[in-house]
Ligand binder design. Structure first.
Ligand SMILES: C[S@@+](CC[C@H](N)C(=O)[O-])C[C@H]1O[C@@H](n2cnc3c(N)ncnc32)[C@H](O)[C@@H]1O
Length: 211
């Protein structure tokens, strides 16, 4: 089934105080994390939080987009927190235990009801059937998925957000195309391309290419 691009209308109005407060606190905590993190833990790179917030605002204003929202690789939980502030029913999946703890602390400090689930967002069966290996990707593939504990699957969400490495975008799109519900939206951030959104629609489509 194909993914079709969804137009994002990026607002430039002042950020609400709760958003400003979350971003300011997150910046301090993320700086401290980078100053102290252990060698070899280089999987976390934060996106442009304000830009992703603008994209989320656009999706929230679109009546055809539902509220069940999940972040694949939620890092510090900032984007999940922004989604919650916009009224999404947000959760995150994060494989790094230090980041699970740090994100839960940040979200609790701002009284944001966002569940962060430890584990992988890559379904076990997908990782096995595609013969994916940690050697070829920065996405961790050797840990079990979180969906059993969550009692939800990828097709239970209306919006998935992810920040893949440039070489991983096709894989993330393929995973979304195969497992997400028809009508749901994949929002991605890229340092070079910015924010992009795709909707999964019914019908025949290309298998391994993002639009
Ligand atoms: C590039 S960072 C993006 C962080 C955050 N989503 C953002 O946009 O600012 C990727 C995150 O995915 C996490 N990650 C990598 N592989 C994962 C997996 N299989 N399941 C869950 N999280 C994963 C990393 O630990 C890291 O926190």
């Amino acid at each position: 089934m194909p993914l079709v691009p969804l137009e994002l209308l990026l607002d430039a109005s002042p950020l609400p105080p709760k958003v400003t407060a979350l971003l300011a606190d997150a910046a301090v905590r993320i700086d401290a994390y980078f100053a102290n993190r252990a060698a070899g833990t280089d999987g976390f790179v934060p996106c442009d939080h304000e830009l992703v917030y603008r994209a989320l605002q656009s999706l929230r204003a679109d009546a055809s987009v539902g509220r069940r929202w999940c972040e694949w690789g939620s890092g510090f939980g900032v984007v999940a927190g922004l989604a919650a502030l916009l009224g999404f029913d947000a959760c995150g999946i994060e494989v790094d235990g230090t980041l699970v703890t740090a994100s839960r602390e940040l979200l609790a400090a701002h009284a944001l009801r966002v569940e962060i689930w430890p584990g992988s967002f890559v379904p076990d069966a997908y990782a096995a059937s595609e013969r994916l290996s940690d050697l070829e990707t920065r996405t961790v593939l050797s840990q079990g998925d979180a969906y059993g504990d969550m009692e939800r699957d990828i097709d239970d969400f209306d919006v998935i957000y992810a920040y893949p490495w440039p070489t991983e975008e096709e894989q993330y799109c393929d995973l979304f195309r195969r497992h997400a519900d028809v009508g749901s939206v994949l929002l991605t951030f890229s340092r070079t391309e910015g924010v992009r959104a795709y909707r999964k629609v019914a019908g025949p489509g290309r298998r391994h290419r993002c639009p």
